[in-house]
Design a protein around this ligand. Structure first.
Ligand SMILES: *Cc1c(COP(=O)(O)O)cnc(C)c1O
Length: 371
């Protein structure tokens, strides 16, 4: 699914030097690389301030804490997504309100959103799934109308660009009240362990986020508000400083892989290839197809036997996860998401896939469906 080894070897001298520099200075916590990285990422995002933290899940939790979410507040999130959002809501005593997704884009179904808004709704968390932005313009309009916060989960879409009706272009994570991301090793910008970041254009809010990530303090041992301990290690920041320079190149490699799949898997009637939306670029964190005719798990097993790894994101929808079941919301509540959990399969996509491997993958898939 990924080849982090080859990716590392291509930039080894730079990475090794960056790591060695941190070792030499022993500034393991809040060393200079952390603020250098925050500034560089902010520039990449078009100027939105960045607060680094320990991982993408913490980023979501800190975002909600910074906005003063109170127990009982409702937060609307797509039901077809990674567990992190539902998890932090539960930890903070907030109520997850699931909403259906669109089976073309895999992102939140904007038409289904408004019906979920109640007097208790606090925020909407659109997730830019698989690398493509959710339809932010109507989401932001709905949020403005009902005075809701928008927290964009950009863990899978760092670098994706959304275009508004007036032509304005914004990067994923910089459009809502707050944006969050993750530097988990397999993400489009991955470090060598855990890492995350929080973005906001509101400078005062950015200061508060910084405080929360650091035990609620601005001045050491003076705790103004309740916080958490969530820091990006200097070592990880040093690695990210090197890798951020390569992010546009990595994005281009992923797009090339997607293009190859598009061209070589077109015309297989049993497969639905990933659709592109009009208003967002796709940075292809995943290349996710749907097995619309046939047995997805049988197909997955076949590929595995041929040495081709695949992944299912996600095999169990959030509303059917034991930890997040809600009374009255069972099997059948979200038919599209439930169907996707049985039909989606993500093919290998990363920055180090040579054409020979792609040719092997696509010819193996074609042979399977032709049989
Ligand atoms: C990876 C991911 C996260 C969480 O990131 P961690 O750094 O692993 O905590 C959150 N949301 C989405 C959509 C993700 O893909």
């Amino acid at each position: 699914m990924v080849d982090l080894q080859t990716q590392y070897l291509r930039i080894k001298p730079e990475i090794d030097e960056a790591i060695q520099h941190v070792l030499n200075t022993t500034a393991f916590i809040q060393g200079k690389d952390v603020s250098v990285f925050a500034d560089a990422l902010s520039t990449f995002l078009g100027g939105t301030p960045v607060v680094p933290c320990a991982n993408g899940t913490d980023a979501l939790q800190i975002a909600l804490m910074a906005l003063n979410a109170k127990p009982g507040d409702e937060v609307i999130l797509p039901v077809h997504t990674y567990v992190a959002t539902a998890e932090v809501l539960a930890l903070l005593g907030l109520k997850p309100v699931f909403v259906e997704v669109d089976d073309n884009t895999f992102n939140v179904d904007v038409k289904a959103l408004e019906a979920k808004v109640t007097a208790k709704t606090f925020a909407i968390v659109p997730v830019h799934l698989y690398g493509q932005c959710a339809d932010m313009e109507p989401i932001l309009a709905l949020a403005a109308k009902h005075k809701l916060h928008v927290i964009e989960d950009a863990a899978q879409a760092l670098g994706a660009v959304y275009t508004f009706a007036d032509g304005t272009k914004r990067k994923a994570g910089t459009m809502g009240t707050i944006g969050t991301t993750s530097f988990f090793p397999t993400k489009n910008l991955g470090c060598f362990g855990d890492g995350g970041a929080i973005f906001t254009n509101d400078k005062a809010l950015a200061e508060k986020i910084k405080m929360i990530a650091s035990h609620g303090q601005k001045v050491k041992y003076h705790h103004e508000i309740v916080g958490v301990n969530s820091r990006l290690d200097t070592l990880q920041a040093a690695i990210l400083n090197v890798k951020l320079k390569y992010l546009p190149e990595y994005e281009a490699s992923r797009k090339d892989v997607a293009k190859y799949y598009d061209e070589h898997l077109a015309g297989i009637s049993q497969l639905k290839l990933p659709a592109r939306t009009q208003n967002s670029t796709h940075v292809f964190h995943q290349y996710t197809v749907q097995v619309v005719k046939g047995d997805r798990d049988h197909f997955k097993h076949y590929l595995e036997e041929k040495g081709i790894p695949t992944m299912i994101y996600y095999p169990v929808p959030l509303h059917l996860q034991n930890a997040y079941r809600q009374p009255g919301i069972g099997e059948g509540a979200f038919p599209i998401t439930e169907r996707l959990s049985r039909t989606v399969i993500s093919l290998p996509i990363h920055t180090e896939l040579p054409t020979e491997q792609l040719a092997y993958i696509t010819s193996t898939i074609k042979a399977y469906f032709a049989a």
